[in-house]
Design a binder for this molecule. Structure first.
Ligand code: MG
Length: 207
C-alpha cells in the first residue's frame, strides 16, 4: 500500500476542489493552497462527487498545534468511507492506550490496535482497504462493511467489521456506493495527496 498505481483516481488535484461539493449540496468551502486542503471552520463537511463501493484509499493529513486543547477538541476531523463510516482524525499523539474516539478509531466501534500517531505539524498517512457492505435483494445486510487500515506504515485495523454506519453518517443505505467525506469539526486540519483505486467486487467463478 502507499504508492499510487496508474489506475488510481486522484480525488484532489492539488489546485482546487473540483470534484468535491459541500455536504449541504453547495460549493466546497475549504481552503486550497500549495497542494493542500485546509478545513475552513463552519463551511461544513466536504464530499466527493464520485461514489465508490470497494476501494483502496490513500490520503495524508496534518494536525494543527493545539497544545491547550484536549480530547475530542484537539484537532478533530474525520474520513468517512462511503460517507458512512468515520475513521477518526484527531491529535492523539502520545496516548498510551487509544480508545474508540481517538485517532485511527472507527468512531465508537473499534479502537486502533496501536497508537501510530505522529505529533502535530507532521504529515501522517492513512492507507485503507475497504469492502462495502453486501445486501440481499430485500436490502438486508448479509456482510457488513470491512476495513483494514495502515497509519504511518503501521496496521491499526486488521479487517474489522463495521457494526453499521457511525455517528454523523450521510445515510444508512449501506448496500449502495457512497462518496468520500472529510469532516469539518471546526479545527484547521490539512489534507493532501488523496487518491483511491476502485476494486472489483469479486473475482471470477472460473477454476
Ligand atoms: Mg471526527
Amino acid at each position: 500500500m502507499g504508492n499510487k498505481p496508474e489506475n488510481a483516481i486522484v480525488l484532489f488535484n492539488g489546485k482546487d476542489l473540483n470534484g468535491w461539493h459541500a455536504r449541504n449540496g453547495g460549493d466546497a468551502g475549504w481552503e486550497v493552497s500549495d497542494g493542500v486542503i485546509t478545513v475552513k471552520k463552519g463551511t461544513g463537511d466536504i464530499v466527493t462527487d464520485q461514489k465508490f463501493t470497494d476501494f483502496m484509499l490513500h490520503l495524508e493529513w496534518m494536525e494543527p498545534d493545539m497544545p491547550e486543547a484536549t480530547g475530542q477538541a484537539k484537532g478533530n476531523s474525520g474520513v468517512y468511507l462511503q460517507g458512512r463510516y468515520e475513521v477518526q482524525v484527531l491529535d492523539s499523539y502520545g496516548i498510551e492506550v487509544p480508545g474508540m474516539g481517538d485517532c485511527g478509531a472507527i468512531y465508537n466501534q473499534h479502537a486502533p490496535l496501536v497508537n501510530a500517531c505522529k505529533p502535530a505539524l507532521e504529515w501522517q498517512t492513512y492507507d485503507m482497504v475497504f469492502r462495502g457492505a453486501r445486501v440481499d435483494d430485500d436490502g438486508n445486510v448479509v456482510d457488513q462493511a470491512r476495513v483494514t487500515i495502515m497509519q504511518n506504515g503501521q496496521i491499526i485495523h486488521n479487517n474489522v467489521e463495521m457494526q453499521g454506519p457511525t455517528g454523523g453518517a450521510m445515510d444508512e443505505n449501506v448496500g449502495e456506493p457512497g462518496p468520500l467525506l472529510l469532516q469539518d469539526h471546526g479545527n484547521p486540519i490539512k489534507y493532501r495527496n488523496i487518491w483511491l483505486v476502485e476494486l472489483p467486487l469479486k473475482g471470477s467463478d472460473k477454476y
